[in-house]
Design a protein around this ligand. Structure first.
Ligand SMILES: Nc1ncnc2c1ncn2[C@@H]1O[C@H](COP(=O)(O)OP(=O)(O)OP(=O)(O)O)[C@@H](O)[C@H]1O
Length: 561
């Protein structure tokens, strides 16, 4: 849980861990101090113009002072622009790094069954980018003007400094009160909004069903109260922020007005010069306005804090499994060793001690009633989920504890719900790697999809993404070709024949036989054992409550020569 007021510290700590980032932050801070020095010189110049030039009538001095005033102004502006560029570059660079990490963690979180959409992690990264690049941190750096301004005011007259100090204190206390009283509200509103928009997104994905069955109204009516509650909580926090904004602005102007009044009284008693009144007003403004800006940008701080907290929780809860070195003498093929697995929020294991060895060049058919854990076993075999105990070992390497880019190319996977990504059929089959048309066509031929692809409007160049017009059967065939791409050592197919016509089913059988002949260990889930009769080397039967058996098939597999 995030501690009140710890956001800046947390973010600064994270930035400081990266030397390049801390260097940029240090430079931006240095520029802020230098800029404040330039700007704080201006009230003193103004005072000299009033007290020295008006009384002495020396226009040469006025020219020099005016020039110095102008140079200070330009230098302040240049430093501000350079600082803004540095902060924007820093925000960009940090966001790029965070985006990759956030995406990886979001994928792992989705695999673990989390309902929080990956999109939310990207929105949080964008929020942090906006925060870092948007001048809020620069406002914090500008707060160095406050002690310097107060010191100079003190040197002009302690009464000036006291008035400005009280104003700074009032604004600062208001900021802390605002933060303490609304942070929880903002957090809850923001979390609720993420949840409700995720729910709505999930439901809208089923637009055919919603529209076809006339369910849109009831769905929206169920979603609306939660959304309204989230918005109401956000509005309440905003209302408090508006009240604080009013008091902050009032305090700032009140301080300046009081400085003028006090200055006139002091001048009539010859304790300060008339020019000091203008200088003190400017200095009081310089001392109070950075604190006021930080308080007024409180919402940005709060939103960035929430985004940061959510990302930290996502990274902590879904860290990449630590890689382990492969065993020196691992058996070839796939070995599922004593796997026990309980679904998230489940009370009893669906798989209990499941053990099966799939040598290279064999087909293992996984059978069982609905809900007995067949798909889950495949995902465990691929290392996509953490078992309660046991492991899946491919050629001596634990498939869970290995970099995905290392093991991915050795695996072919056809999930139950085939998803193709935006891009051509060619790019999808080639897994969006370097284009290798020959290997793509070889995979498509092996999957029996080549002729079907040839009949598509643009052949291999046809769009295959979720909104493209491929039928379910066509998608499945393209997905099968993607699984075969690169002759994987392990082929994991979840109901590959589902939804295919007779020709498609025969193509699948032939394709899996071909993969076996090439030495792949094949693990296939099916609800149609008849189709696979005489085609497989062993059967893994799953039953309710974690029961399982490994059997030889009724008819031994017919091996191709
Ligand atoms: N991410 C998850 N979160 C919660 N429960 C899950 C999750 N994945 C699987 N389960 C549960 O685990 C059990 C096994 O699911 P699984 O999809 O592996 O069964 P299956 O044998 O493949 O079923 P089917 O034949 O219907 O495809 C089910 O009760 C399911 O609800």
């Amino acid at each position: 849980m995030i501690r009140a007021g710890s956001v800046a510290g947390d973010i600064a700590q994270a930035l400081a861990r990266a030397p390049a980032f801390s260097g940029v932050l240090g430079t931006a801070f240095g520029l802020s101090v230098a800029r404040q020095a330039c700007l704080l010189g201006m009230p003193l110049l103004t005072m000299h113009i009033f007290d020295g030039v008006i009384e002495g009538g020396n226009l040469d001095t006025l020219t020099v002072l005016a020039l110095a005033f102008f140079v200070a102004l330009v230098m302040g502006g240049v430093m501000r622009a350079v600082r803004a560029m540095l902060m924007a570059a820093l925000a960009e660079s940090l966001a790029r790094r965070l985006t990759v990490e956030a995406l990886e963690a979001a994928v792992r979180s989705a695999l673990a069954g989390s309902r929080r959409p990956g999109l939310a992690a990207l929105q949080d990264t964008a929020e942090l980018r906006r925060f870092l690049g948007g001048g809020t941190i620069a406002d914090l750096f500008d707060m160095t003007a406050t002690p310097i301004g107060l010191l100079v005011l003190w040197m002009l007259h302690p009464v000036y400094a006291t008035i400005a100090f009280i104003a700074c204190l009032t604004i600062g206390v208001l900021g802390v009160v605002l933060d303490r009283t609304t942070r929880g509200m903002m957090r809850s509103a923001s979390d609720r909004q993420v949840k409700t928009s995720a729910e709505l997104q999930g439901r809208l994905r089923q637009s055919d069903m919603l529209e076809g069955l006339g369910m849109l109204g009831p769905v929206v009516r169920r979603w609306e109260p939660a959304q309204a509650a989230a918005l109401a909580e956000g509005d309440q926090a905003q209302a408090r922020a508006r009240a604080v904004r009013g008091i902050t602005e009032f305090s700032s102007y009140f301080a300046q007005g009081t400085v003028v009044v006090a200055g006139v009284i002091l001048a009539t008693h010859h304790q300060v010069s008339p020019g000091s009144i203008i200088a003190a007003t400017m200095l009081a403004n310089s001392a109070t306005s950075p604190i006021a800006r930080v308080v007024l940008s409180w919402r940005d701080w709060a939103l960035a804090a929430l985004a940061w907290r959510r990302l930290q929780e996502l990274f902590a809860d879904h860290a990449a499994p630590a890689p382990t070195p492969p065993a020196a003498e691992g058996p070839p093929g796939l070995w599922l060793r004593d796997i026990t697995w309980t679904p998230p929020e489940g009370t009893r294991p669906v798989l209990e001690g499941t053990t099966v060895y799939c040598p290279p060049g064999t087909i293992t058919l996984v059978l069982g009633p609905n809900g007995t854990g067949k798909s889950s076993l495949l995902r465990l075999a691929l290392g996509l989920m953490e078992p309660d105990s046991g492991s899946a070992v491919l050629e001596g390497q634990d498939t869970r504890h290995v970099a995905r880019e290392v093991i991915g190319p050795r695996i072919g996977y056809l999930p139950q719900d085939v998803q193709l990504l935006d891009g051509s059929v060619l790019r999808n089959i080639g897994r969006f790697g370097p284009e290798d048309a020959e290997a793509v066509v070889a995979a498509a031929r092996m999957a029996g999809a080549h002729d079907m692809i040839g009949r598509l409007p643009l052949g291999y160049a046809t769009e295959a993404g979720p909104t493209a017009g491929l039928s379910m059967g066509q998608k499945r065939m393209v997905g099968l070709a993607r699984a075969f791409y690169g002759n994987p050592a392990l082929l994991v197919l979840d109901e590959p024949e589902a939804g295919l016509d007779k020709q498609g089913r025969e193509a699948v059988l032939a394709a899996v036989q071909a993969a076996r002949a090439q030495g792949a260990a094949c693990l296939v889930v099916s609800h149609d054992p008849g189709l696979w009769r005489g085609q497989v080397d062993q059967l893994l039967r799953l039953a309710p409550r974690g029961a399982w058996t490994v059997e030889a098939p009724d008819q031994p597999a017919a091996r191709s020569a």
